[in-house]
Ligand binder design. Structure first.
Ligand code: F6P
Length: 325
């Protein structure tokens, strides 16, 4: 066995497949002669020394479970230099030589700053339903959330059709439209309103302009949640005001999108990236996110993964428009 431990934490919003990732990192590490410690409650637990060793048995029977056995948090303390200093001291005390961070852009931003300040090797794994990290085609949890949304929209379609209504369905994604755009295609929705398409007026007008009831007796518009208040309710109110002849309803899917057993795709992605993260450490890589591009594992420097806006393929908008006539 090698000296010291690797440390694993999950941070930010949970995502299905985080447990599969913890399992993969732990088992691959042990296979390669490393010892593993689990850090509870993200960076908060690192600061507060909520840490214990993980064995292969500790990660048995979790590949199929949503959430994260390590718990998660968005740590305000870690945003301060004092908090990060404490975190570093705890790492020294616990003999953790490399930190594995599973999370989204906020979590990887934290890892980047920490790595720079204390010269600590950090390896990131993209765990977020939003799919918004640059440099990886997919993030762990996205596929499961997408499938959950599609299942819900299928159900909404039944009632929408029976009552001949327009539904605005709000999905998560923070400021990224991957969940909205692709769930709209997969569920046969009539339109998606996404932040990447800046002309939001046009998005709604175009949908209305197409005459949603010409050939159909229900319509579903998937809307990305909005920090500026332009979510599903905003569009529903506008349609009610401007087109009072339409019968409009809103469904906000909320946190159910984050739960549930991970899809096979997410379990495989988590397993591949988890093993690759240990390989990366053994190759001397540090301060990189392990991603997947064209079905090949890639190492993406933190600075790139978090700084660049991951673009949505605009041809997806055409696909949706053509197929929702
Ligand atoms: O980043 C994941 C995510 O689910 C976003 O899609 C969403 O905006 C946010 O987290 C919600 O965060 P919280 O669980 O803190 O409400």
């Amino acid at each position: 066995m090698k000296e010291g431990y690797i440390g694993i934490l999950t941070s930010g919003g949970d995502a299905s497949g985080m447990n599969a990732t913890i399992r993969a990192i732990t088992r691959s590490a042990i296979c390669n002669g490393y010892k593993v410690k689990g850090i509870y409650r993200g960076y908060e637990g690192l600061i507060n020394d909520e840490i214990r060793e993980l064995t292969t048995e500790d990660v048995s029977n979790i590949i199929q479970r949503g959430g994260t056995i390590l718990k998660t948090a968005r740590s305000k303390d870690f945003e301060t230099p004092e908090g990060r200093k404490k975190a570093y001291e705890v790492m020294q005390k616990e003999k953790i030589h490399t930190l594995f961070v599973i999370g989204g852009d906020g979590s990887l931003t934290g890892a980047r700053i920490f790595a720079q300040e204390y010269d600590v090797p950090c390896i990131g794994l993209p765990g977020t339903i939003d799919n918004d990290l640059w440099g990886t085609d997919l993030t762990i949890g996205y596929d499961t959330a997408l499938n959950t949304i599609v299942e819900c929209v299928d159900k909404i379609r039944d009632t929408a059709t029976s009552h001949e209504r327009i539904f605005f369905v709000e999905v998560m994604g923070r400021d990224a439209g991957f969940l909205a755009q692709n769930s709209a295609i997969a569920s046969g929705a009539e339109a998606a309103i996404i932040p990447e398409d800046q002309t939001d007026t046009d998005q709604l007008e175009e949908f209305i302009g197409r005459g949603f009831r010409k050939t159909k007796n229900s319509s579903i518009v998937i809307v990305t949640e909005s920090p500026t208040g332009k979510g599903a309710n905003y569009y529903a109110e506008r349609v009610k005001r401007e087109y009072p002849q339409y019968d409009v309803r809103v469904t906000i899917l909320g946190h159910l999108q984050r739960g549930g057993s991970p899809s096979a795709g997410d379990r495989i992605l988590a397993s591949r990236l988890g093993c690759a993260s240990i390989q990366a450490m053994m190759e001397g890589q540090r301060n990189v996110m392990i991603g997947i591009r064209n079905d090949k594992v890639v190492y993406v420097p933190f600075a790139e993964a978090i700084k660049k806006n991951k673009p949505i393929d605009k041809s997806l908008i055409t696909v949706l428009n053509e197929l929702s006539i």
